[in-house]
Design a protein around this ligand. Structure first.
Ligand code: PEP
Length: 249
């Protein structure tokens, strides 16, 4: 039985003091032992948020990292730095990074491997554009992303990671994929993992849906057999996130 995992992606929001205030505001609202709860926060918020969340059920994630160990990579943050600061998860390959920062699958594969090596759990994002969906190539595209991003990653490591299916047309647009569309692709990703690895690995890996998840649609989405929780953008910055985390209460 896979434990649900619900992660907030704060994106480029919240100054350090705002971040600490949000942690305090949400503290009692996001208590749900049935679910792993994660806040993926901007790099500068990591240390204050780790401190603010001490003694709570919420874990901290980063929104990005670099694959090199250390050295002359001005402006970048390493997996070891994140780990040492108390980070447990790291989003890799969010569509905004793939698009605005031109991160490709070869780079993301290096990041996934480095995160795992450092003891972080990647939340690996994949998803299609509206054009790709309309062309009927959604699953072909996502299969290609998954195969490239996980090339050379061992089954035992894949079993522990989190994959977030995020249709690009549903991110920040208020347009949610229908529950059937979300389940179809999450199930397709699981089948893809079974094909590349084996059935046990596919049954273990947690697959989130992301794209305009809110307090009104979370329960229906998370009731699907292949949807193991959500990656939540906009709604993670509001009290509504508590309702999403407590979707089963
Ligand atoms: C995201 O940023 O990963 C996301 C899904 O955003 P939103 O929930 O705002 O669509």
């Amino acid at each position: 039985m896979r434990k649900k995992i619900i992660a907030g992606n704060w994106k480029m929001n919240m100054t350090p003091s705002q971040a600490v205030a949000l942690c305090a505001e949400l503290k009692d609202l996001v208590k749900n032992d049935d679910v792993d709860v994660v806040y993926c926060v901007p790099a500068i918020d990591i240390v204050p948020v780790v401190n603010a969340l001490k003694g709570t059920n919420v874990k901290v994630g980063a929104e990005n990292m670099y694959f090199e160990e250390k050295g002359a990579f001005t402006g970048e943050i390493s997996a070891a730095m994140l780990k040492d600061a108390g980070v447990e998860y790291v989003i890799i390959g969010h569509s905004e990074r793939r698009d605005y920062f031109k991160e490709d699958d070869a780079l993301l594969n290096k990041k996934v491997k480095k995160a795992i090596e450092a003891g972080l759990t990647p939340i690996l994002c994949c998803g299609e554009t509206l054009e790709q969906r309309e062309m009927g190539i959604t699953m072909d595209w996502i299969r290609m992303q998954i195969k490239s991003d996980l090339a050379g990653v061992a089954a035992a490591d894949v079993a522990k990671l989190v994959i977030a299916y995020e249709p690009i047309w549903a991110i920040g647009t208020g347009k949610t994929a229908t529950t059937a569309q979300a389940e179809e692709v999450c199930g397709g990703i699981r089948a893809c993992i079974a094909e590349i690895y084996d059935q046990a690995t596919a049954e273990a890996v947690r697959i989130q849906y992301g794209g305009s998840v809110n307090a009104g649609n979370a329960a229906e989405l998370f009731a699907e057999k292949d949807i193991d929780g959500g990656l939540v953008g906009g709604a993670s910055l509001k009290a509504d996130f508590g309702k999403i985390v407590c979707y089963n209460k």
